[in-house]
Design a protein around this ligand. Structure first.
Ligand code: ATP
Ligand code: MG
Length: 417
């Protein structure tokens, strides 16, 4: 305990200290005080309507956490197929943001190394075909092995409780008795065991079809294992699903990546390592409202919500901090929100939220993207957000090709300069 207390006074390494504390601030109050997010294991929640600066704020938090030495991962919106973080590899050049950075935070723009991982799909391969160096430098293929898929089937398989029970039983039998050696496990072997276990249940053929479908989607023959990615502390690791054409498949992938990261982190982390895990559009993964339940996805969403409820509760002890964002203040599952002690509210047209937070409705409804209301659990303050030092994708520029083009342009500019 004592050593932990003393640790707080330890001086930062020289290169990080240079701009301390402004690089670590998330904002500044009207009174001119810098505002920081907690350095403890506190989960965060960002809410706000579309185009109000959620993704931009998350980028600032990624930078802050990265400078603090946390491992950063993000999964990009599961349904929208957005891929915005490549831009972090360039310094911010937005004039409005630069003005704020300079005037209020005295911080220079700078790039952050962000590497983007994708499942190997036909679309991904087509994209990589035209590589002239930039694509392969920033976009890397994921490796999900058959033993990984076998474990995933257990943790993300949606279905009724009896169906799931059989899957669980089959998984236990297969992994503990039939194939205890992890690397020998195969999808086929697991499915055979499942058929054995489920023989007497008459819905097993439909369940089998679902299992086969999920397994076929999730197998990815790339080079980079999530275990290895989680150990790379010199980069921000982003998982994109923008090379997956089908929304259901994208969703399954997002669930899979989230689950693997969560499962594997415990084994991989060293004593004081903290994983800062950013999840965009979290309300689709743990929806509270019916309207966010999408017909074909309902079963998956319900499954995911159950997982996230458990994860949010026990993450702190595992050295994992979540930053979740969603569109409305109350569209994310209550159990999950309750675990987030630091909350940012961006512009929102909701009298209810204004009342709940005791802020002026008109102000909330008109809030400029530069600002946010920040609730640290004790107090709610309006803050001017520190813009990211790295470049933010402009509105509408969220495809990998937009990044590649801009990076090319930027490199040429740099060369001429
Ligand atoms: N701190 C800021 N200062 C100035 N402009 C900002 C700031 N944050 C965001 N903006 C502007 O607002 C626009 C939208 O920001 P951002 O993409 O972060 O919103 P979003 O809430 O994530 O939107 P979406 O719902 O589309 O994902 C950006 O293009 C940017 O120009
Ligand atoms: Mg966004």
């Amino acid at each position: 305990m004592m050593s932990q207390y003393l640790d707080r006074f330890v001086i930062e390494p020289e290169e990080i200290k240079i701009d301390w504390p402004k690089t670590h601030a998330v904002g500044i109050t009207k009174g001119g005080n810098f505002v920081y997010v907690s350095a403890d294991m506190i989960h965060r929640y960002i809410s706000g309507q579309t185009n109000t600066g959620k993704t931009t704020l998350a980028q600032t938090l990624m930078e802050v956490d990265f400078l603090r030495g946390r491992k950063i991962v993000e999964i990009e919106p599961a349904l929208e197929a957005k891929n915005e973080r490549g831009f972090m590899n360039m310094p911010n050049n937005d004039e409005n943001m630069l003005e704020v950075l300079n005037k209020y935070f005295h911080v220079e723009p700078r790039p952050f190394r962000a590497i983007i991982y994708s499942p190997v799909t036909r679309k991904y391969r087509a994209f990589m075909k035209n590589d002239e160096g930039i694509r392969s430098k920033f976009y890397k293929p994921l490796k999900i092995t058959e033993p990984d898929v076998v474990d995933l089937l257990k943790s993300i398989f949606p279905g009724g409780s009896i169906e799931r029970l059989i899957v669980k039983k089959a998984h236990k039998l297969y992994t503990e008795e039939i194939e205890p050696k992890r690397k020998n496990r195969t999808i086929e072997g697991f499915l055979e065991t499942f058929q054995e276990v489920g023989k007497n249940a008459n819905f097993s053929s439909f369940t089998l079809m679902k299992l086969e479908y999920i397994a076929s989607i999730l197998h990815s023959d790339g080079k980079y294992k999530i275990d290895e990615i989680l150990q790379k502390k010199d980069e921000i690791s982003v998982f994109t699903f923008s090379f997956i054409p089908d929304p259901l498949d994208r969703y399954i992938w997002a669930m899979a990546v989230l689950n693997i990261i969560y499962d594997r982190w415990e084994d991989i982390k060293r004593r004081d390592d903290v994983l800062s895990f950013f999840v965009a559009d979290a309300h689709l993964l743990a929806p509270k409202k019916k309207k966010d339940m999408i017909d074909t996805l309902v079963r998956y969403q319900e499954r995911m919500k159950q997982n996230l409820q458990v994860y949010a509760r026990i993450s702190r002890g595992k050295g994992l901090v979540w930053t979740l964002d969603s569109q409305e203040y109350d569209d994310l599952d209550d159990v999950v929100v309750a675990q987030c002690q630091e909350r940012f509210v961006k512009r929102m047209r909701s009298r209810e939220v204004a009342e709940k937070l005791k802020i002026d409705y008109k102000e909330l409804k008109r809030l400029h993207p530069k600002f946010a209301f920040f609730d640290d659990g004790y107090m709610i303050k309006k803050i001017l957000i520190r813009p990211p030092m790295s470049r933010k994708a402009r509105s509408g520029e969220f495809l990998p090709i937009h990044f590649v083009k801009e990076y090319e342009r930027w490199e040429n500019e740099e060369a001429n300069y």
